[in-house]
Write a protein that binds this ligand. Sequence first.
Ligand code: DTR
Ligand code: ZN
Ligand code: ZN
Length: 319
Amino acid sequence: MKLPVSRRTAVACGVSVVMLLTGGSIAGAAPAPGSGSAALAAAPDIPVANVKAHLAQLQSIATANGGNRAHGRAGYKASLDYVKAKLDAAGFTTAIQQFTSSGRTGYNLVADWPGGDADHVVMAGSHLDSVTAGPGINDNGSGSAAVLETALAVSRAGYHPAKHLRFAWWGAEELGMVGSRYYVNNLSSANRARIGGYLNFDMIGSPNPGYFVYDDDPTIEKTFKDYFAGIGVPTEIETEGDGRSDHAPFKNAGVPVGGLFSGADYTKTAAQAAKWGGTAGRAFDRCYHSSCDTSANIDDTALNRNADAVAYALWALSS
Ligand code: DTR
Ligand code: ZN
Ligand code: ZN
């Protein structure tokens, strides 16, 4: 959905305009005012209906494959094939990276958007596997669908960023970030050094949502905070377990990281309910790692805001 009118300009229909900084690495200091490095880039609105359509497909895949999309199960590979087909049709260069964990074959999907400076790569990723207990629609269909729809928006916009864009869907996160660690461990040091930032999205449509920003790379963190400030939504620093998702292997390898999170099994406090709405004394996601993490287990407003934040940050950090 659209940003409020107050944050929009008449530059183009269906886009919001953000101020951002060009040049340098993501982690670099902001240039001095008046240094001439400010530029405008237009981040598209991500249609939440499209994100929800991907979630409906992931739900159908789980239903048709024993109720889950877990590592080593048919529902995982079907999920990967669904995402890959969308990206291939949109002009991405896709690659499947295969690995083995717990005696079962796992897969990462990596999609590069042709163009941009290959020495300055901005990555966005999410894990595509569920636990075996359920279909994993909030955890982590939500992040997977938002990242997919943002990639498709890059294609629709014919976006030509200064930096190179790479998207990833990780396997076997639920077994301990196996896929993302495999990817990082198999990067040459030169290719690792080319990644200026990794943005992680794991659980961004929680039914009783909070708006949490990872407290990691300051530039990435500020970019997300700026987005939410612009739509008047307060945020908090993510505290439900630092390093509990696929950004951890990147961070350990020295890559600047950031991300968003709407909460798992921690309980929403009264103060949080007062500022975000929802129900105090109830978990952010009562269906975390359960069979009820279905397409009914999504707050559309949180999904919409977070999906728009994904696009805002990717545009801001890559142009
Ligand atoms: N590890 C995630 C859920 C999770 C719990 N705390 C955080 C913090 C930041 C991102 C994700 C999470 C999972 O079960 O997939
Ligand atoms: Zn999980
Ligand atoms: Zn997760």
